[in-house]
Design a protein around this ligand. Structure first.
Ligand SMILES: Cc1cc2nc3c(=O)[nH]c(=O)nc-3n(C[C@H](O)[C@H](O)[C@H](O)COP(=O)(O)OP(=O)(O)OC[C@H]3O[C@@H](n4cnc5c(N)ncnc54)[C@H](O)[C@@H]3O)c2cc1C
Length: 433
C-alpha cells in the first residue's frame, strides 16, 4: 500500500526535523522558498584557511548550542551522526564609549569547564566586582523555585529579587539575554520568568558553547535524506481539496515565476514562523490565522565583515564575543571574532559577525548583511500558542504546525526540534532515540 502524502512548508530546523522524522511513514515533500534549505540559506564564504588551503563557509547566524539546554537537539545531531565541537564564546563587555565593563573567559581543566576573569590584565576592581556578582547570580538563580514565579514576567521577577541591585544585571546579563533572544531589553523583561530562569539555570554559564563542527551544510545534507526537497517554491496559500483523495491543496510559485501551481496532500505541516503561517491558512481557518497574527516578532540584522574598527581595543587582546552596551539604546551591539571563536576560521583573514550594528560597518569590508525575524515570547503570545496547539488536537486533523515558537522555552533550535517531535508523535511516529 502506498504511504499517505505529507507536505512540509519551510526548512528551518523545525521543518527539516519534521520531514526527517516523518519520512518513513509518509511520502514527504518539503517546500522551501529559498534556493537552498532555509537553515543554511545565509551561509557565506569568508575566504581560505591559510593552513589547509580550503575555502571556509560561515553560517549566519552561527547556531551555537549548550549541552544543558539542548537535549533533543543533541539527540537529533547524534542520531544523524553530526559532529559537534566546542566554540569559544567568552565575552568582553564595554560601554559604547569604550570603557571596560567586564571580561570573562571559559577555561578547561581536564573534563571540567568554568568561567573566570579573562587574563591578569583585566583584574580591575570593577572587573572583579562584576565577576563576583556573576558567580553569585548564577548560584542564586539555580535556587529559584520555578513554581513560585509562574505568573511573573522576567522583569517583575528581577524587581522583587533580593539580588536585583547588582550592576551585573543591567550591564552584562541584559545585553547577553537581548543577544540570545535577539530582541530588545523590554521584550526580554516581558518574557515569562520561568522561561528565562530555566535557560539561565541550565548550566549555560559553566559548560560553555558548542556548534556543529562542519556547520549547517553538513546537518542539511544528513537531514534531507529519504524525502523530496522542493526548493525555490514559495507557498502562497493552502486550500481544502478533495476530502476522499487528497484533502489539502498547496498553492505555490516556483523559481520566482508568477504563474502558480498546486499539489495535493493528505497532511500538511506548516513549519514557517508564525507571521508567515497566518496568510497561508487564511482561506482554510481565518479564526486561527488571527492567532498567528498576534504573535509578536522582532527584527534584527546580522553583518559578516572584516571591519575591526568597531572594536574599542585591539581585538586580538579580547575575548571572542565583544558587547558594546549603550544604556540609552534597547539592545547591545554584539560582535563575534570568528577567528578566535571557531577552530576552522583561526587561520583565515580577520572576520567578524556583528548582531545589531550600532555604528556603521564599512561597505567595502562587508561580506553579508542579513535581516532576520524572530518570535518574541510573552504571556499574551503564550495564549495564542496554546490555541494553535489545541487546533492540532481535533479528530482527523490534517493541518499541523511546528516552529521554534511552539516548543518550550526561548525560540531556539531546541524548541524547533521539540515542536517537530510533538507533530511527529501526533502523526504516529515515535522518537528514534
Ligand atoms: C540573529 C539570530 C541568531 C540566532 N542564533 C541562534 C543560536 O546561536 N542558537 C540557536 O539555537 N538559535 C539561534 N537563533 C534562533 C534560531 O535561528 C531559530 O530558533 C530557528 O531558526 C527557528 O527555526 P524554525 O524552523 O522555527 O524557523 P525558521 O528557521 O525561520 O524556518 C522557517 C522556514 O520557512 C521558510 N518559509 C517561510 N515562509 C515560506 C513560504 N511561504 N513558502 C516556503 N517557505 C517558507 C523560510 O524561508 C524558512 O526557511 C538565532 C536567531 C537569530 C535571528
Amino acid at each position: 500500500m502506498s504511504k499517505p502524502t505529507l507536505a512540509v512548508i519551510g526548512s528551518g530546523i523545525a521543518g527539516l526535523s519534521a520531514a526527517w522524522l516523518l519520512r518513513n511513514k509518509y511520502q514527504v515533500t518539503l517546500f522551501e522558498r529559498h534556493a537552498t534549505p532555509g537553515m543554511g540559506a545565509y551561509a557565506v564564504n569568508v575566504g581560505t584557511n591559510t593552513r589547509t588551503g580550503k575555502a571556509v563557509t560561515i553560517d549566519i547566524p552561527l547556531r551555537v548550542i549548550t549541552s544543558g539546554y539542548y537535549n533533543e537537539l543533541f539527540n537529533l545531531y547524534q542520531t544523524l551522526g553530526v559532529n559537534i565541537e566546542r566554540t569559544d564564546h567568552s565575552g568582553a563587555f564595554f560601554t559604547h564609549t569604550g570603557a571596560d565593563i567586564f571580561h570573562y573567559k571559559t577555561y578547561t581543566l581536564g573534563e571540567r569547564r568554568f568561567a573566570f576573569l579573562n587574563s591578569p590584565k583585566r583584574l580591575s576592581k570593577q572587573n572583579i566586582s562584576q565577576g563576583m556578582a556573576a558567580i553569585k547570580f548564577f548560584a542564586e538563580i539555580k535556587k529559584v523555585n520555578l513554581d513560585s514565579v509562574t505568573k511573573l514576567t522576567f522583569g517583575e521577577f528581577l524587581q522583587q529579587w533580593p539580588h536585583r541591585q547588582s550592576a551585573f544585571i543591567n550591564d552584562v546579563l541584559m545585553p547577553m539575554l537581548s543577544t540570545i533572544c535577539t530582541c530588545d531589553y523590554d521584550s526580554v523583561k516581558q518574557y515569562p520568568a520561568t522561561i528565562i530562569i530555566g535557560y539561565l539555570a541550565c548550566g549555560v554559564a559553566k559548560d560553555g558553547v558548542w556548534k556543529a563542527t562542519h556547520g549547517v551544510a553538513d546537518i542539511v545534507q544528513r537531514i534531507t535524506q529519504g524525502y523530496q526537497v522542493q526548493a525555490n517554491s514559495h507557498i502562497q496559500a493552502i486550500e481544502f481539496g478533495d476530502i476522499e483523495t487528497a484533502p489539502i491543496k498547496v498553492i505555490y510559485t516556483q523559481d520566482q515565476q508568477t504563474k502558480s501551481q498546486s499539489q495535493s496532500f493528505d497532511h500538511i505541516v506548516i513549519a514557517t514562523q508564525p507571521q508567515h503561517a497566518a496568510p497561508l491558512i487564511e482561506a482554510v481557518d481565518p479564526q486561527l490565522a488571527k492567532h498567528f497574527k498576534q504573535i509578536k516578532f522582532a527584527k534584527s540584522s546580522m553583518v559578516v565583515h572584516r571591519d575591526d574598527s568597531i572594536y574599542p581595543r585591539a581585538w586580538q587582546d579580547l575575548s571572542p564575543v565583544c558587547y558594546s552596551v549603550n544604556q540609552d539604546l534597547q539592545r547591545p551591539m554584539a560582535t563575534v571574532c570568528l577567528n578566535k571563536s571557531m577552530p576552522a576560521v583561526k587561520d583565515c583573514l580577520p572576520v567578524f559577525q556583528t548582531w545589531h550594528p550600532t555604528t556603521t560597518i564599512a561597505a567595502d569590508k562587508t561580506l553579508a548583511d542579513v535581516t532576520f525575524e524572530r518570535p518574541v515570547i510573552n504571556f499574551d503570545t503564550l495564549k495564542h500558542i496554546a490555541l494553535i496547539k489545541n487546533s492540532m488536537l481535533k479528530n482527523n486533523n490534517r493541518i499541523w504546525f511546528c516552529g521554534s515558537y511552539l516548543g518550550e522555552g526561548i525560540p531556539l533550535l531546541e524548541a524547533g526540534v521539540q515542536s517537530s517531535l510533538f507533530v511527529a508523535s501526533a502523526l504516529g511516529v515515535h522518537k528514534p532515540w
